[in-house]
Design a protein around this ligand. Structure first.
Ligand SMILES: Cc1cc2nc3c(=O)[nH]c(=O)nc-3n(C[C@H](O)[C@H](O)[C@H](O)COP(=O)(O)OP(=O)(O)OC[C@H]3O[C@@H](n4cnc5c(N)ncnc54)[C@H](O)[C@@H]3O)c2cc1C
Length: 445
């Protein structure tokens, strides 16, 4: 049964406002609903349409863009959570749309199953994560949305559409990365496989070596990524490959020291100093680049792919054609070196194979992701704008959930299937019930 209230309530936000994880986006919805079934969602959507209110389903607010903002009806995810079906025969799991990725991963592991690939954290909801194209790094395996085999969507007229390659295939194709523009997703089915072990090798390398060996490192590893610390020569690389085991997880103390103390606690302190005294940033970056040492461990996939991120930041991430990545990174480095910018957060570099989703950032092309971050509360616009100019120059596509300045006119040029998506949006939501200012900017009116 749905709970409808006159004001949004969320831990960490004030009584009448909704705020995202980074705290850079807030909204004041007129009404909130916490549906627990598809029928509840249908009723809430129909009522809002009747009352002339726009509708927005939100996840856990981990997007840095205003993708989840509404001044109308906010549909909250918490009660729309849980596992519907684990189908071993077909290798799929179906979950309610508001299920956190953490719950999905832990449930799968308890069943001896796993997703093939995932991003850096597992706090987001499944619907929020797929809707903006959340990805990890992979040579052969792609984003979370690319692992979806079916979904259920409540559209603007209150219809419930079952979507897969066989049912409503045109909607399925687009709604996997739907930006919340096509309707409210109520359930998602993922392809899963028997749980496997991954061996992670984390190793410091010089910037020049990573640049020179990048293609080889990507080709030789199932999941390769690296972090480059601006103002330094230092990179930390991470190579994850399937292994026969045995499992050799990080010890409790080792993982607490590296992941909590160094990566979160010490890094948090360094960021605070850097924010107060920008001139200290290059020195702190050199220390940070040296603080992490080489380590190897073997564990179930979600414990290798994801880690806690407690230091709050803002981020912009661009998807570039694979062949442009190293040149773009070189230009980014030159930009930082010739400017007065002081960048205390590493640049993250990941890859994805081409996929077939119209608005996926990896749609139709092998991709490298370059992500820039700044500690929350530090001026970031000059850095992000300058970095964005480089990304645009190389045909980049911005992550839908991370900061960027693009609009529909410019995005149409980098997404060959852009109008396929907007035509579907016009058909499913002619009155723009699901619109908000962000969607009007990136998709048009
Ligand atoms: C610390 C941190 C780490 C991150 N790591 C990664 C990473 O490794 N890789 C990566 O690609 N991204 C990453 N992100 C970005 C994040 O994964 C995306 O922004 C994601 O969309 C957030 O999911 P959410 O559940 O918080 O959704 P929200 O941010 O709350 O919503 C995102 C979008 O989904 C829509 N939506 C939510 N639920 C529904 C629904 N039921 N039906 C229809 N639309 C819906 C919303 O309307 C909105 O448009 C990270 C973000 C943070 C803060």
């Amino acid at each position: 049964m749905s709970q409808v209230r006159g004001a949004a309530r969320r831990p960490g936000t004030t009584r009448n406002t909704w705020a995202n994880w980074a705290g850079n986006v807030t909204s004041r919805p007129l009404r909130t609903a916490s549906p627990s079934t598809t029928a509840d969602v249908v009723a809430a959507v129909r009522q809002a349409a009747e009352d002339g209110l726009p509708v927005k389903a939100v996840g856990t607010g981990h997007s840095f863009t205003a993708a989840a903002v509404t001044d109308g009806l906010l549909i909250r995810p918490e009660r729309l959570a849980g596992v519907h079906q684990v189908d071993r025969g077909n290798g799929t799991v179906t979950v309610a749309a508001g299920t956190p990725l953490k719950q999905l991963n832990q449930t799968l592991s308890a069943h001896g199953l796993s997703l093939a690939n995932m991003g850096d954290i597992m706090e987001q909801t499944v619907s929020g994560a797929i809707s903006t194209g959340t990805h990890g790094t992979g040579r052969d395996s792609a984003s979370l949305a690319a692992q979806v085999t079916a979904l259920e969507l409540v559209t603007a007229d209150g219809s419930v559409l079952h979507c897969s390659e066989k049912e409503n295939p045109d909607v399925f194709a687009a709604a996997r990365v739907g930006l919340g523009a096509l309707g409210v997703i109520t359930a998602v089915t993922f392809a899963v496989e028997p749980e496997f072990l991954l061996t992670a090798r984390e190793e410091p390398m010089s910037f020049d070596r990573v640049k020179a060996e990048f293609d080889q490192l990507v080709a030789e590893n199932e999941h390769f990524e690296f972090f480059w610390f601006p103002h330094t020569e230092s990179c930390v690389t991470k190579r994850n490959n399937r292994s026969q085991g045995p499992a050799a997880p990080l010890g409790r103390i080792g993982s607490w020291f590296e992941d909590e103390l160094v990566s979160n606690g010490v890094f948090q302190a360094a960021c605070s100093v850097g924010r107060a005294v920008p001139a200290a940033v290059p020195g702190l970056a050199r220390l940070a680049g040296r603080a992490l040492s080489a380590r190897t461990y073997t564990d179930v996939p979600y414990k290798v792919f994801t880690s806690p991120r407690r230091v709050r930041f803002v981020e912009m991430e661009y998807a570039l054609p694979r062949e442009a990545a190293i040149e773009a990174l070189r230009e980014l480095r030159a930009l930082i070196e010739r400017s007065r910018l002081r960048v205390g957060f590493p640049v993250e570099v990941r890859t994805a194979p081409a996929d077939d989703i119209p608005l996926s950032t990896a749609s139709g092309r092998d991709t490298v992701y370059l992500a820039v971050h700044m500690y929350r509360g530090t001026p970031y616009r000059a850095y992000f704008s300058a970095a964005e100019r480089i990304m645009i120059e190389h045909g980049g596509r911005p992550h839908w959930g991370k900061l960027h300045s693009r609009d529909a006119a410019s995005l149409e040029g980098v997404y060959p299937r852009f109008t396929e998506f907007t035509a579907l949006r016009a058909r499913l939501d002619p009155e723009r019930l699901f619109a908000n200012p962000y969607l009007r900017r990136v998709l048009g009116d």
